[in-house]
Design a protein around this ligand. Sequence first.
Ligand code: UDP
Length: 383
Amino acid sequence: MTLRVLALDHVGVLGGAELSLLDIASAFGDEMSVRLFVDGPFRDALANRGVDVQVLPMGALASVRKESRTPSLAALAAAWRLAEVVANEAASADVLYANSQKAFVVAALAGRRARRPVVWHLRDLLGAPHFSALNTRGAVMLANWLATRVIANSHATADAFVRAGGRRALVRVVHNGVDPAPFDAVSGVAPRALRHSLSPDAAYVMAVFGRLHEWKGQQVAIDALAQLPAECALWVVGAPLFGELAFETALREQAARLGLTARVRFLGFRNDIAPLMRAADVIVHTSTWPEPFGRVIVEGMLACRPVVAASAGGVGEIVTHEETGVLVAPGDAAALAQAVTALRASPARAARLAEAGAAHARRTFGVPAMVDGVRRVLDEVLA
Ligand code: UDP
């Protein structure tokens, strides 16, 4: 059956949710149009893949953040106006598909006006400290009332939705998928030039990937580096995508305080994730709050690198401890340093874990499985 899906996302930068939607929208082709509420590199990335994409500016709705307690009247009015615009577009769509929480609020209002079903692809672990309680309660109430289905990117995300009061019957779990092609392209090569250009003197490189945010735990990776010998370096890959500039400053100060300035490279946002991962010795994931999914973990596996990940949330659905990677307690820098030291001491074990991780990621977290999962839910909604 040919679908007409109107997808909404309020974000213009390339976070994990947006990179997943990029693959989904590319696979749906003419069946999916995407409307963003802010302009940015995400629009260019979608357009480059031939996706029909437009920006519908969100006005004062931009002032509402995950941690906001009460939205202003201006923000509510902006959401309402945006919903009217979306409802007009929805007249020629079969279903509204929201890829972010703010987009879901607009989709829910628009879906009601246009009498179209609404699917919320939930990619956040509701109840996290960086969401206000009111924000979570509001989204869950709206989902129970107006969503036809909620797609959760892991069982952990699904369980958190239900714990927050969401109806279990609404939820379908579809794990994220990651395209192995960029990793295959660099599989036979050890990118020595890249490594040398970044850390010429390092005998061992630990790398952490993700936007800079306190809960992503880059501070834990820096603390762990302080416990490793001087020939070890750390690459911090990612930017403060949503304005967390003070956090980036704090990370740089932490590195300086610990005498690590020369050993920590802050690389900012990068588009060459696969070669960077190949050029590092170990990929660490350091979230201090349960990660809903963690694309970077699958990517580390696809790059055939040993992965040490913080054991909480959806991470346990990706990594099996001592089989496909190593799990450590979230926020425990000493445990992270120990796990990295042990991998460094035993290259054979590191290679075994990396190979098992790569095979598992390929088998379990492909883009076709993710796209089929989303399509199944949309078909179910329209049946
Ligand atoms: N990423 C990137 N460039 C960077 C840092 C991260 O492209 O400099 C990508 C990373 O490869 C991954 C995504 O951003 O695909 C982050 O997804 P994840 O699920 O790990 O976290 P989220 O952003 O969804 O919280």
